[in-house]
Write a protein that binds this ligand. Sequence first.
Ligand code: SF4
Length: 111
Amino acid sequence: MAGIHRTAGAQVGRRQATDRADRIAGMQPPPWTEHAHCRGMDPSIFFPSDGIGVQEAVAVCAGCPVRDACLDYALENRIQHGVFGGHSERSRDRLLRERRRAARTSVDSER
Ligand code: SF4
C-alpha cells in the first residue's frame, strides 16, 4: 500500500539513519495497511511543516479503520516524524509520557 508504507519510508529518509530505521525500511508493510485511508495518497501530507498541515493529516486519519494499529506501529517503532494514527510527533510523545507515568503509578500502587 502506498500510503503508510511510503509514509514510513519517507519518515525513514527524513531522520538520521539508525538500526531501527534500517529495520523499518526493510520491513514489508503490515497487513493492516491494506485498509488505510492514506493508501495511495501523497506521503508529504503526513509530514507537514506547520500546525495547519498537521490538522489536514489528522483529518485524513480521523475515519481510518486502522488508526489504532497505525498508532501502535508508530509508538512501537519510535517513529519520530510525521502523523501516524491521527497523532503528530508531539502528540505521540505526550501519549508515551502518559503511558509511562500510568505504568509507574500502577507499579507503585501494587507495592
Ligand atoms: S491512521 Fe492515518 S496515517 Fe495511519 S493508516 Fe490511517 S490514514 Fe494512514
